[in-house]
Design a binder for this molecule. Sequence first.
Ligand code: SAM
Length: 262
Amino acid sequence: MRVFALLLMAPMIAFAEDTPVNAGPYVPSPQSVVSDMLKLAEVGPQDFVIDLGSGDGRIVRTAALVFGARGFGVEIKDPLVRQSNAAAAREGIADRVKFIKADLFKTDISQATVLTMYLLPDTVNLLRDKLLAELRPGTRVLSHDYPLSGWIPEKYVQMDLEDKVKISGVTTTLIYLYVVPAKVEGRWQATLPDGTATLSLRQQITRVSGTARYRGKDVPLEDVKLRGERLSFRMAGRELAGRVSGAAIEGDAGAWSAQRVK
Ligand SMILES: C[S@@+](CC[C@H](N)C(=O)[O-])C[C@H]1O[C@@H](n2cnc3c(N)ncnc32)[C@H](O)[C@@H]1O
């Protein structure tokens, strides 16, 4: 079917438990969008890129060919998987990228440092909790055209592309960049140069708020920001920033630290 927009309205069909959900028809991203997505995420040789529903493999292949990354694509249609692996072999990048026939909903994505997708809007949102649960903090997530609801993008770009008219009926193209946040919800015991504080943090994906018990008083945490593993806030007039690593926060320049309270 030529018009992707109509397909977007089609219900996702799972005929039986083992039949993969159709996450979207095969509609390749225009090559210029592929380049823009990878540039927006600042993909480089240190990255491992996973494309969910990889079509002809162009996102992962471009990540390897142009940006020196490694990665894999997961695709449900066997001919597209074979085509992608054959293209990677021709391009001399088969040692760095591979394409596998699998259901994207059941694929282990924990290896990604960059995850890309061009899928139906409903699918993108069905995947949101999997992305937050499986991807490491700091992983960049790129979605072509459709946002993840409730997750504030780090950046997004909008452009008009003639190529998109035959796909979606309009020229509008959007790329959303998200950064997987560390998990900070809960209580933390902080050690500061002049004493201790108990931080109580609430988290809704990237939005964090909270209070601290400090010098016998409850004080609000102000201007709390969380980007990947990086947490910063103001408490009683002082700026605190650091890196969250599992159950610990290491303050910048070793100036403070915190441990999660069980
Ligand atoms: C819109 S295309 C995107 C192709 C490629 N990512 C790109 O941007 O050029 C979506 C792809 O997802 C594949 N797909 C759909 N449901 C899938 C599933 N459950 N598991 C794996 N791949 C799936 C389709 O076969 C199709 O090739």
